[in-house]
Design a binder for this molecule. Structure first.
Ligand SMILES: *Cc1c(COP(=O)(O)O)cnc(C)c1O
Length: 394
């Protein structure tokens, strides 16, 4: 495959925001102008060294970037490979989500908006949005399914401590997909001063592209750090977990023009790429979990952050092209991976991130990753939020 031409293709989607047959902008008439406003503002900001200066400074002095690249010494020795961990768990608020929200909050300010609107499932994106709003003196309105509010009490409390308004959503399955619909509806009625701060590489154009660009700092840093650590710029495998797909997209962006095998890991119960069919969800076309009538199915994963029935359009496209490969792991494998990483390296990672670890453990065992390989794995977040789940299961 000619990865160079592909890299160009993937770098910016077509004018319509398409990644192949995926992506696009399937929103009510009333939101077309709002999406265009965001797109123009982003193109303008992304070409402005002043904006990059502001963002880079916040990422450095507030979010704690660059995050470390840690060789997993003991696990590498056990597995017979060189495993490098990109430590997004060390970023402020405990995951990669801060990269995206700082970018979008700065963009919103530049657009003269005072209020961030967001959806959240597990609450991690809500917390990151509330954090950015507090930092920049803005207000935040976060939509969250009633069931998720019950399940994620602590994050609801965190958001309120940070000054955000959390709005319960009681429609449908009362989870993330309903919160997304409600946030979009709310945006329609408040486009004047409201900015929709989307949490992953999803939604109508330009969000999948814009969020990937804000997350590419993961891949760009890792590429430079790998060059130092490995003395060759590129690992053989680049692995990340996939919910909506933002930490994976940001990581892949740094390596899409190299020969590295790009691997996304989905939860067995929420495998939109492996088990979904093309459909339209929350303003964009992608692979979606659905029943035979086209009704959206619910995703189930031990990691609340991966419970989404769709996936970012760029991943659906990369999968069709064969440029990235997507595998699934079970909840049991994930639990085993969390424990193994904790004991071997002293790192308690998020259950989401442990999906990537679980795949590496299995792939070494079954020979998919040959002995002596170099593997870069993005550890998307820390596990503190999951201790309750782990306690109940042990
Ligand atoms: C939200 C979250 C994810 C899933 O989101 P992506 O957009 O797929 O990256 C993964 N890991 C952690 C720690 C998260 O908080």
């Amino acid at each position: 495959m000619d990865t160079r031409s592909l890299a160009v293709d993937v770098r910016a989607p077509s004018g319509l925001g398409r990644f192949g047959e995926y992506g696009g902008r399937f929103v009510p008439e009333s939101l077309i102008a709002a999406c265009e406003e965001v797109e123009h503002a982003f193109r303008d900001a992304w070409a402005d060294p002043l904006f990059h200066g502001q963002l880079d400074r916040l990422l450095a002095v507030y979010a704690g970037r660059p995050t470390a690249l840690t060789p997993a010494w003991r696990l590498s020795a056990e597995l017979g490979i060189t495993l490098l961990l990109k430590r997004e768990d060390l970023a402020h608020t405990g995951s990669h989500k801060i990269n995206n929200v700082l970018g979008q909050a700065l963009l919103a300010k530049r657009m003269g908006k005072q209020r961030l609107i967001a959806e959240t499932g597990a609450g991690q994106h809500g917390v990151a949005t509330a954090t950015a709003a507090a930092l920049l003196g803005m207000s935040a309105t976060v939509f969250m399914g009633e069931r998720d509010i019950e399940r994620q009490e602590l994050n609801v409390f965190r958001m309120r401590m940070l000054g955000a308004e959390v709005v319960p959503v009681g429609s449908g399955s009362r989870t993330l997909k309903d919160a997304c619909s409600e946030a979009l509806r709310h945006w329609v009625s408040s486009v004047e001063d409201g900015y929709y701060c989307l949490g992953s590489v999803m939604g109508p154009h330009p969000y999948p592209w814009l969020v990937r660009e804000f997350q590419r700092v993961i891949g760009d840093e890792a590429r430079t750090q790998c060059a130092t650590e490995l003395r060759t710029a590129t690992p053989d495998f680049v692995v990340a977990c996939v919910g909506g797909g933002s930490n994976a997209a940001g990581t892949f962006a740094g390596f899409v023009d190299t020969p590295a095998r790009l691997i996304g890991v989905e939860p067995e119960g929420g495998a939109a790429i492996n088990s979904g069919l093309p459909g339209i969800l929350h303003g964009f076309r992608t692979k979606v979990l659905q029943d035979e009538h086209g009704q959206i199915s619910e995703a189930h994963s031990i990691a609340a952050g991966l419970d989404y029935p769709g996936v970012g359009p760029e991943h659906a496209y990369l999968a069709d092209l064969g440029r990235a490969e997507y595998f699934t792991v079970s909840d049991a494998e994930v639990l085993d991976a969390v424990r193994r990483l904790a004991k071997a390296e002293g790192i308690l990672c998020a259950l989401e991130s442990a999906h990537a670890v679980a795949w590496v453990l299995r792939a070494v065992e079954d020979g998919e990753i040959p002995a002596g390989s170099t593997v870069l794995l993005t550890l998307s977040g820390r596990g503190d939020k999951d201790m309750h789940t782990l306690m109940e299961l042990s």
